[in-house]
Write a protein that binds this ligand. Sequence first.
Ligand code: SF4
Length: 208
Amino acid sequence: MSGQAPEVPRPAVRPQTDASPAGDLPLAVIGQPGVPFVEIETLRAREFIPAAKEALSSLLKEQAQGKLIRPVFNWAGRNSLFPLHWGLACCAIEFAAAFGARWDAERFGVVPRSSPRQCDLLIVNGTVTWKVAHKLIALYEQMPEPKWAIAMGNCATGGGPFRTAYSVVPGVDKLIPVDVYIAGCPPRPENMLDGILRLEQLIKERGE
Ligand code: SF4
């Protein structure tokens, strides 16, 4: 005996195939002898491009229907509300306190901005007089869509203790659309945070 192990015959290797979603064309095996590189590329492209086109068109259809992109924008928008950095009266002190270390409103993604063009939330936090009304409307109109408004405190909600005064607007909803009202004179920072969380819920439900 020679001491060498007998040679085991190898099984015949079949070329691997992979049916594409677009058709029954097999994927060529890279390196398979006898298949030129150009042909491999052509075969793969033939399969890949129709599948990619089909996937892209269905994606665009979904996008057009707002199924794909709208929920993402909704989620991102409602968790990063940018209120306008302004104040009208005593309620503005509570607004400012809400962003201090104790209440830390920014942990909810609420970051005040000083330009209405960068804001999507107007928190009306004080007594609105007829003298300031047109400024308030101008600020609201300068904010890009989608945008929301919160009436913070009794004055912004309905005129508060000054409701009967000739100079006071009896509720800011006479000037702009209001989404959430926060009661109190003044409401505490916790109330303001609660109002913001309710607005977030509202935005989620409306799908804006
Ligand atoms: S609701 Fe009360 S605390 Fe707020 S602005 Fe009016 S008077 Fe001031």
